[in-house]
Design a protein around this ligand. Structure first.
Ligand SMILES: [Zn+2]
Length: 478
């Protein structure tokens, strides 16, 4: 196929695709006999975007859930209306997502029973760390107060031993007690991502296992989820090997203050991953979690490709350690926009200057990549790029303005991985230094995001609406 009349690296260009790769880029290329021609109408041709941190199956479930948090639901009355409007799934359950306390305070079973007395309802907190269940739901999973089985410590109980309906970080335990909803609709996820220009993702779910891989592989083979996938997860993934377009990535570990693992255990996990030839990815959101992650990596010995996910609060001394250990930071600038107002209200004043740094990492020569953390963040990478440039909250307040990136560097946060499958170490730094957006090159897979205007125009607003077409290995997917 020949894409004519596009813009590559700021210049008018034609781009030829053969066997899924870019084979030629030149100011003008003559179409060959019977070669399909696509008119780019002067729009910029970018490398397809890669979301370096999201959760595919959770996103699929999220798209089928009740919105329970800002900005769509702001008050208790709006939450009640949203629940009343919702249709239960095939198993009779209602599932809510994205809850935040600003809507109706801490929710327990009694508060939820007042909102929804009859049907089993479970609502996930926006952090992903907490599920809140009403009494009907608790009874369905055998937690009605008479259950003699020992339950994990994350199952909260009041002074009398009665479960409060608040379940912290017990997703796998909970999932085993829920009715099987079958495979979620990954087609919706694939279409949504393709419409954003996304041609690849890294799934950062710690519990990803052989079953997850089989589900995602099936969705890729059917074409429902066309994007290339890098799958993080448990140690057992190592034995499964790579599949076309579905590769095994880092071993992912959550660090969860206040229930941090022992340092020795974490050091052993890092070494086990390294012994498998895999890098480690450590989730670190708080100041303490980041210090703990760095201490463990220092002790275990960091390797190329080891990553810190989020580094949401990064005090200055952690930047130097991160650089020294050669770690990559995978950040979520979209949260500056989506959650910035709550951060300004609730995050410790001392920690606020350290939130979701961008420029400081680049200036310290720390490899940086971006993700949306969907469904915990909005899956639109353009919104995240805009937040990286503007550093403004939803209400327009400035948050960490000195951490802002240029539009080109913001785009580079979502650059495709390098040949090793890892985030390209210098993509953001190069884009920031040169002022040039990463451009497609001959020899690369023809994973392309075509915009409806020149880059000089799109860089002004970085809106998803500019995505005119998306190609994966030369096939149009949006
Ligand atoms: Zn995540």
């Amino acid at each position: 196929m020949l894409i004519r009349n596009g813009e590559v690296a700021g210049r008018r260009a034609d781009l030829r695709i053969g066997e899924g790769r870019i084979v030629e880029i030149a100011p003008t290329l003559a179409p060959r006999a019977s070669e399909p021609v696509f008119d780019a109408e002067g729009g910029a041709l970018l490398r397809g975007l890669h979301d370096h941190h999201l959760h595919l199956l959770a996103l699929a479930a999220r798209l089928d859930s009740i919105d329970c948090g800002p900005p769509r639901v702001e008050t208790r009355a709006e939450l009640e209306a949203a629940i009343a409007r919702a249709t239960p799934d095939d198993t009779g359950w209602l599932r809510g997502a994205d809850y935040f306390e600003s809507v109706a305070g801490d929710l327990d079973r009694d508060a939820l029973d007042a909102l929804c007395p009859d049907r089993p309802l479970r609502i996930q907190h926006r952090s992903g760390a907490l599920w809140m269940l009403n009494s009907a739901a608790l009874s369905r999973i055998g937690l009605d107060g008479s259950d003699p089985d020992p339950t994990p410590t994350g199952v909260d109980r009041d002074g009398t031993g009665r479960p409060t309906g608040r379940l912290f970080r017990v997703d796998e335990w909970l999932r085993a007690r829920l009715p099987d909803r079958g495979t979620p609709d990954l087609g919706r996820v694939g279409r949504l991502l393709a419409a954003c220009g996304v041609t690849g993702v890294t799934d950062a779910t710690p519990s990803n296992d052989a079953r997850t891989r089989a589900t995602l592989r099936g969705a890729r083979r059917e074409g429902a989820l066309p994007q290339r996938i890098r799958l993080m997860g448990g140690l057992e993934l190592a034995s499964l090997g790579d599949d076309a377009g579905l590769t095994i990535g880092e071993h992912k570990r959550l660090l969860d203050e206040p229930a941090l693992p022992g340092l020795d255990g974490l050091v052993a996990a890092i070494r086990s991953a390294h012994d498998q030839g895999r890098a480690i990815a450590l989730h670190a959101v708080t100041r303490l979690e980041l210090h703990f992650a760095l201490a463990a990596l220092d002790e275990a010995g960091a390797q190329a490709g080891d990553r810190i996910e989020h580094a949401s609060v990064a005090p200055p001394e952690t930047i130097e350690t991160t650089r020294r250990l050669g770690l990559t930071i995978v950040t979520q600038p979209g949260f500056v926009f989506e959650r910035g107002d709550a951060y300004r209200a609730h995050v410790d004043r001392d920690d606020q200057p350290h939130l979701y740094r961008l420029r400081s990492w680049v200036e310290a020569d720390v490899p940086l990549a971006g993700g949306t953390d969907a469904p915990f963040g909005d899956p639109d990478p353009w919104q995240a790029m805009r937040a990286a440039v503007e550093r403004r909250t939803r209400t327009g307040e400035s948050l960490g303005a000195s951490e802002a990136l240029s539009p080109e560097a913001a785009l580079a946060l979502f650059a495709p991985p390098d040949a090793t499958g890892r985030p390209a170490a210098s993509a953001v730094r190069d884009a920031l230094a040169s002022g040039r957006a990463p451009a497609p090159r001959v020899g690369e897979p023809a994973d392309l995001c075509l915009l409806d205007a020149s880059w000089s125009r799109v860089r002004e607003d970085l809106a998803r609406a500019h995505v005119a077409a998306t190609f994966l290995a030369g096939e149009r997917i949006a």
